[in-house]
Design a protein around this ligand. Structure first.
Ligand SMILES: CC(C)(COP(=O)(O)OP(=O)(O)OC[C@H]1O[C@@H](n2cnc3c(N)ncnc32)[C@H](O)[C@@H]1OP(=O)(O)O)[C@@H](O)C(=O)NCCC(=O)NCCS
Length: 289
């Protein structure tokens, strides 16, 4: 137990035993707007995370608030630990995710209490920054500021997709396989070198992208390899479902001209970041001695 919150509630780390209850909880609490159905995509993502499929996430990286009497989970928060790069320099980053409280316990400070815990964990792990997406402005009260746009890349609307009269000679698009992992690591590293902020993926993370995620996980992307005359020349990652009648994709190193694609029109969310120590340092330098 991390803390007794009173009113019959305890704040603790999640364990293996929480795997299924937590997946059901996340699917139930984090529903799509006004949906009568649980959110299957997020429940599947939770199962991947807590079930050990993710290369680094472990159950103890999540906090839960549970009802001491019934054992029922009433609130949860996850801390995903990642490495990003800024101008090529690796930075340890924490990403709070899959945050929710049951309706009848909202406004009781349960998420605030869990943020206090994961901010401590994040500092102990040497993370220089935390990055979060989610309800606009809500996370400002926990120290997060508007940071950078998230996603981007082309969005292709269905009515812009017309069948090709004939395939361009020599070109083929095929699903990526395990044997493509080394190619993906190398190509993605070259591609992300163009960006000031990037998330490098090693072989373990690429394997997780290719084969680690459940088919219905909201975090899964389809990865395709582009071949020209039998030689791999690029890759493409796209969502497996349609979103607002559009097909979202991530540009890779080789991005062929695509009719109907609007670059950058898929910026649907924003990263908010919390970099207390950096701000603290600036203030410390500016303060009179
Ligand atoms: C958003 C949510 C996670 C907040 O959980 P919670 O346990 O009620 O949060 P807390 O009680 O710890 O609230 C912390 C602070 O936020 C405030 N707050 C709570 N809900 C808020 C809302 N919807 N908008 C603005 N402020 C809110 C609280 O008043 C509190 O402020 P205070 O400490 O100054 O009193 C919860 O409403 C929820 O589960 N919503 C549905 C799922 C969801 O949207 N999850 C987040 C996805 S990004």
């Amino acid at each position: 137990m991390i803390r007794d919150l009173g009113d019959g509630l305890v704040l603790r780390c999640a364990t293996d035993d929480d795997a299924e209850p937590l997946a059901v909880f996340v699917g139930d609490v984090l529903r799509a707007q006004d949906s009568v159905e649980p959110n299957r995509a997020l429940a599947a993502w939770e199962r991947d995370l807590i079930g050990g499929r993710h290369p680094s996430f472990r159950p103890g990286d999540a906090t839960v608030v549970a009802d001491r009497r019934t054992g029922a989970i009433v609130s949860c928060l996850h801390l995903l630990s990642q490495t990003w790069t800024y101008g090529g320099v690796p930075i340890a980053v924490g990403q709070p995710e899959l945050i929710g409280t049951v309706t009848e316990r909202r406004g009781g400070g349960l998420v605030r209490a869990q943020f206090e815990v994961i901010h401590r964990w994040s500092a102990e792990r040497g993370q220089r920054m935390l990055a979060i997406t989610g309800i606009p402005w809500f996370y400002r009260q926990f120290g997060y500021e508007l940071a950078i746009e998230r996603g981007g890349g082309p969005r292709v609307f269905l009515d812009a997709v017309t069948p090709l009269r004939e395939s361009p000679p020599g070109w083929r698009v095929r699903p990526a396989e395990d044997t493509d992992v080394a190619f993906l690591v190398e190509l993605a590293a070259a591609a992300t070198a163009r960006h000031l902020v990037a998330v490098p993926r090693d072989a373990a993370l690429w394997r997780y992208e290719l084969t680690g995620k459940r088919a219905d996980s909201g975090a899964r992307r389809e990865i395709r390899i582009l071949e020209r005359h039998g030689e791999r020349v690029g890759y493409l990652a796209h969502a497996f479902d349609l979103w607002a009648a559009a097909w979202r994709s991530r540009p890779s190193r080789s991005w062929p001209a695509c009719r109907g694609a609007k670059r950058g029109s898929a910026r649907s969310a924003t990263w908010w970041s919390r970099a207390r120590r950096w701000r603290g340092r600036r203030r410390a330098r500016a303060a009179p001695r």
